[in-house]
Design a protein around this ligand. Structure first.
Ligand SMILES: C[S@@+](CC[C@H](N)C(=O)[O-])C[C@H]1O[C@@H](n2cnc3c(N)ncnc32)[C@H](O)[C@@H]1O
Length: 458
């Protein structure tokens, strides 16, 4: 509810609620009636799954809840906390297949504790109706029929995404791929960890730690320092591996963007939108203490995180942080570099599996604003590239309007740049026909991302 109404983040339950999420945790604990800090690993994982799943499946759960209410008005006028409790109960029964008697009992108690006894009776009535429907295999389903708009609405409910996203993806990818993408977004996210070579940690060291902690993992097929973990990230966090700077949570799709930049010892690199520093730190670790990496970001607080983590990762010797709006910085500063990375602010449409709440916060109109900002930042970043130097434009979006189309518009405005195909830097499976880098969540089982490598010819 706080995520929906107050803009709180879906990962507030991470790290046992320590740190910046404390106010949110206080709210959660007062509402739940127990302290999440006291939960063991298994229960914490379950709570995280329920929070993430209830957010992801909100549209579908609301459809089911609405179908079981007397009428539309009863659903629309339902008080927010009651609705939230029902969503949790519905998610636990329909998607987690938890024992229905326990779900009904727990959520009735939750409604009585956090609202009043009458609310408990209502939750009891609706959840029991749901259990009966599920047991008789007759859960209501929206019908996939009618014109494109009607079908998009039905798919949006079935796979719980905003209608505008469904319409856009159906048009761009076709219905089958759009459905696969939504299924990927709804699945539990998988995470990758990068061994911090800046501190002398190898992937073999990390694997040894995971074996000791009994964390199931797989080596990345594409990146030497990366290991994938499907479950057990909490165990890694609690074992202190991140706090000690031995590794970092980083998706392979982001790691491959660094491969496109191809940082080398002795380089001068500008990271134009650096915070919170995922790519800055990885690039710095490949510079082996030689060269300089300027990390610019408009957000001072987030840039402070880059500085602190760089120290922890022992790569701070090559990093200078510069809090600034890139647009004013580029106009006033004489700095020019061999390699410039613009990891632009974007819709994040490639990372919806990890950001459970993002799909509900993004609007189609945001794209227009973002595209304008991306163009302004591209123009600014281009000023910072030496003749013969490289500009890498990247996003964590899968939308052509934020990716290829922005590059094309840039090249029209800046004929002094040309595309440098990325096939020398990333595996062939990630290279598009036009020589860009693109990761596809469904095809590559990682976040969606894009990068173009552009060379300044004069
Ligand atoms: C996609 S995030 C960057 C992620 C980062 N490269 C990483 O790998 O961790 C985009 C960043 O752009 C920054 N930003 C937005 N507008 C900016 C501007 N006008 N000048 C500089 N930074 C900006 C935001 O503060 C945000 O940190």
């Amino acid at each position: 509810m706080r995520i929906e109404m107050g803009g709180a983040f879906a990962d507030l339950l991470n790290d046992k609620g320590k740190g910046s999420g404390d106010n949110e945790m206080g709210y959660v604990e007062r509402t739940l009636g127990f302290r999440t800090k006291d939960l063991d690993d298994r229960d914490l994982r379950l709570v995280t799954d329920i929070v993430g799943g209830t957010i992801r499946w909100r549209r579908y759960l609301d459809y089911l809840i609405g179908s079981l209410c007397h009428d539309e008005k009863a659903f629309r006028s339902m008080e927010p906390l009651l609705l939230q409790i029902l969503r949790i109960g519905f998610y636990e029964i329909v998607k987690l297949d938890m024992p229905s008697y326990a779900v009904v009992d727990e959520n009735v108690r939750l409604a009585k504790f956090s609202l009043r006894p009458g609310a408990g009776n209502m939750v009891n009535g609706i959840l029991r109706k749901l259990v009966l429907l599920k047991e008789s295999n007759s859960l209501p389903l929206p019908k996939l029929e009618g014109d494109d708009r009607a079908q998009a609405r039905a798919l949006a409910t079935l796979y719980s995404h905003p209608v505008w996203m469904v319409r856009r993806w159906t048009k761009l990818l076709g219905q089958e791929k759009a459905i696969k993408l939504m299924m990927w977004n709804n699945d539990n996210p998988s995470f990758s960890l990068r061994a911090n070579s800046g501190k002398g940690v190898t992937r073999a060291d990390l694997v040894m730690q995971f074996n000791m902690l009994k964390v199931p993992h797989e080596l990345s097929l594409h990146l030497d320092h990366f290991v994938r973990v499907k479950t057990g990230l909490q165990i890694v966090i609690q074992a202190g591996l991140l706090k000690q700077g031995l590794c970092a949570v980083q998706d392979e799709s982001a790691g491959l963007i660094v491969s496109v930049v191809n940082p080398q010892p002795g380089d001068s690199i500008i990271d134009c939108c650096a915070a919170p520093g995922g790519k800055t730190l990885y690039m710095a670790s490949q510079m082996h203490g030689q060269g300089m990496l300027y990390a610019i970001d408009i957000n001072k607080g987030r840039l402070r995180i880059v500085k602190e983590t760089a120290k922890l990762h022992q790569v701070d010797g090559v990093i200078t942080t510069i809090p600034s709006d890139l647009r004013t910085f580029a106009e006033s500063y004489q700095l020019k570099s061999d390699k410039v990375l613009l990891d632009a602010p974007c819709s994040g449409l490639g990372v919806l599996s990890k950001r459970a709440d993002l799909r509900w916060n993004r609007r189609l109109e945001d794209l227009e604003e973002l595209k304008k900002l991306q163009e302004e930042l591209l123009d600014a970043a281009s000023i910072l590239v030496k003749p013969g130097g490289v500009l890498v434009y990247s996003t964590c979006s899968i939308d052509p309007e934020e990716n290829e189309e922005r590059v094309d518009a840039f090249l029209l405005r800046h004929p002094e740049f040309r595309i440098d195909p990325v096939d020398r830097y990333v595996p062939p499976d990630f290279v598009t026909k036009r020589g860009f880098y693109s990761s596809d969540p469904v095809k590559h089982s990682m976040d969606g991302a894009f990068a173009a490598r552009l060379i300044r010819t004069l």
